[in-house]
Design a protein around this ligand. Structure first.
Ligand code: DAT
Ligand code: MG
Length: 138
């Protein structure tokens, strides 16, 4: 059993895709172990994405991630990290495989609908960033 963090980003929440994305997650057999909707502060966005702080898109990414509410979930299951990344598709929706969330619901490389942890260490850090252990069910 593995856990990962999923975020439905502001563009997808705004366009009413939260339900569709959660439906795809459950249809894949991943469990939703925790769920909430929040509006990130600028400080939270900057801390969450601090691995990208040297990248040219960092400020714009933080601006975008605070542009509206997000839906944040902890997913669990066998190989949850890879399975969620596969469902998401490549970072750039234009390059994402057919049938993936980013291909179907993403707008561009920044407004790409969803976030997913990329490794066990990042998943642990990202889950702890938003949830206490007592909030994680199943
Ligand atoms: P991923 O979200 O697929 O793990 P990442 O960790 O490389 O991709 O980047 C984090 C987010 O930063 C990504 O979801 C959207 C944004 N981003 C990445 N590359 C970008 C670029 N070239 N221009 C604008 N935003 C970018
Ligand atoms: Mg990443």
């Amino acid at each position: 059993m593995e856990r990962t963090l999923a975020i439905v980003k502001p563009d997808a929440v705004e366009r009413g895709h939260s339900g569709e994305i959660l439906k795809r997650i459950e249809a894949q057999g991943l469990k939703i172990s925790a769920l909430k909707k929040i509006h990130l502060t600028r400080a939270q966005a900057e801390r969450f994405y601090d691995v990208h702080k040297e990248r040219p898109f960092y400020q714009s990414l933080c601006e975008y991630m605070t542009s509206g509410p997000v839906v944040i979930a902890v997913l669990s299951g066998e190989q949850a990290i890879t399975r969620w990344r596969t469902l998401m598709g490549a970072t750039d929706p234009a390059k994402a495989a057919p049938g993936t969330i980013r291909k179907d619901l993403g707008v561009d490389v920044q407004s790409n609908a969803v976030h997913g942890s990329d490794a066990p260490e990042t998943a642990a850090r990202e889950i702890a960033f938003f949830f206490s252990t007592t909030e994680l069910l199943t």
